[in-house]
Ligand binder design. Structure first.
Ligand SMILES: [Fe+2]
Ligand SMILES: [Fe+2]
Length: 136
């Protein structure tokens, strides 16, 4: 497996989260504004590709910093990717345009639940490492 391009786990996690949020916003905006179906599909694909790379990076950062909750966090990443892949596979057949606002609500929930349950604690962990390093 290739190493992430940014070798500092703290900078990597912080940068990645900004990228993820902008991808996720692009998707929820496309859904909220009822953009055309191809555009929405591309936005879902873009979010999944970004999430896949981000999760790999975040898992690398957790291993580099001996993060205690690594396995649980990693398991939640796998679950998120499976859910998002299933959603994309069924997007054309299962979701009419009338359902898009519900889909947008779902993706908000998809990202915020993981953030609440896992990423907030990881952020606190990397911030503590950063603070400890500057005190030395
Ligand atoms: Fe995460
Ligand atoms: Fe994350």
């Amino acid at each position: 497996m290739t190493e992430p391009s940014i070798q500092n786990p703290i900078i990597l996690v912080e940068r990645d989260h900004k990228v993820m949020v902008s991808r996720w916003r692009a998707l929820t905006d496309a859904l909220d504004q009822s953009a055309d179906r191809a555009h929405v599909r591309d936005a879902i694909r873009g979010l999944i590709a970004c999430a896949r790379e981000h999760f790999r990076n975040e898992e690398w950062a957790m291993r580099q910093t001996s993060y205690a909750d690594y396995l649980n966090h990693k398991m939640d990443h796998s679950r998120l990717l499976k859910e998002a892949d299933d959603m994309l596979r069924n997007f054309d057949d299962a979701f009419g345009q009338a359902d898009w606002s519900a889909l947008s609500a779902y993706y908000r929930h998809w990202m915020s639940r993981h953030n609440e349950r896992h990423d907030k604690a990881l952020h606190a962990h990397v911030r503590k490492i950063k603070a400890d390093a500057t005190q030395e």
